[in-house]
Design a protein around this ligand. Structure first.
Ligand SMILES: O=C(CO)[C@@H](O)[C@H](O)COP(=O)(O)O
Length: 281
């Protein structure tokens, strides 16, 4: 029996498939060892997200053993995967989704090069145009604090204070966020790539200064503008496919007027009323 109205059931099924598949990209990119490497994705139109189960080998992950969780961090009983425990980070993921409606996907890894920076308590610097383009500045470190501290609040505050969609956790690893789970995975992969490149350049004896701040800003601005144009084009294509928008002029199609570095979850083809709480009582 379905627990939700049909459009939410469809959205849940889509996010389950996405989140299960995206874990394979973490493994392929060398960002995951044992059961580490956790992806979650918000369900557009509902106060729900999908996350991997705790302790299961990545090779066993599939849409039907992903765990559906509400934004209070509670497993939605009676749904596939509900018999499993969600990943240990589920409460942090829930808090980040509550914190910002712009966050539609989250990744947590212990990927080796990013974690090496985290262990040193050192931000990943902007040595390359790629880091300027992707992160808009250095990838900052959330300072280590006691195990009882509110890590989600610290991650949220660090994300809010600067443009990067990635943060390092001192003594632990990294969190990345994005408009969709796929965007957060992309950020995690590119963070690891950036950390490795810096490490290799330094190992070769180079002492490379950070890019000039104005250049970083210009590169980032160009990227945000390209992202906005791409989203417009996607929106036009979606509306044209649905037969509800007759023009091909991208500039006319942004009802949400999104700005900043992330798209909002509902700018990805899902329904816009994502404040509606849909879990059946
Ligand atoms: O960061 C941690 C533990 O330090 C966890 O996120 C693990 O990396 C994955 O745990 P499970 O998903 O198996 O619970």
């Amino acid at each position: 029996m379905n627990r939700f109205e049909p459009r939410i059931e469809v959205a849940v099924a889509r996010v389950r498939a996405d989140v299960a598949r995206l874990h394979k990209l973490l493994v392929r990119g060398g960002l995951s060892t044992w059961t580490s490497g956790v992806v979650s994705g918000r369900v557009p139109g509902a106060d729900l997200f999908v996350i991997k189960p705790s302790g299961l080998d990545h090779s066993e992950l599939a849409p039907d053993n992903m765990v559906l969780v509400d934004l209070d961090g509670q497993v939605v009983e009676g749904t596939p995967g509900a018999e499993l425990l969600p990943s240990r980070g589920a409460a942090i993921h829930a808090a980040l989704y509550r914190h910002s409606p712009e966050i539609g996907g989250i990744v947590h890894t212990h990927s080796p090069y990013a974690t090496a920076f985290a262990l040193r308590g050192e931000a990943v610097p902007v040595l390359s145009t790629t880091v300027a383009d992707e992160f808009g500045g250095p990838v900052p470190v959330v300072p280590y604090s006691t195990p009882d501290a509110d890590l989600a609040a610290d991650v949220a505050a660090t994300l809010d204070a600067q443009p990067s969609r990635a943060v390092l956790l001192e003594r632990h690893g990294a969190y990345t966020v994005g408009a969709r789970a796929r965007d957060a995975v992309r950020a995690a992969v590119l963070l690891e790539d950036a950390a490795r490149a810096v490490q290799l350049a330094r190992a070769g004896g180079a002492d490379i200064p950070s890019l000039d701040a104005h250049d970083v800003e210009a590169i980032r601005a160009r990227r945000l503008s390209a992202d906005a144009a791409r989203r417009d084009a996607e929106r036009v294509a979606e509306l044209a496919t649905a037969g509800s928008y007759p023009t091909s002029r991208p500039g006319n199609t942004r009802p949400g007027g999104e700005t900043g570095s992330w798209t909002t979850p509902d700018s990805n083809g899902s329904t816009p009323d994502n404040d509606v709480r849909t879990r059946t009582q």
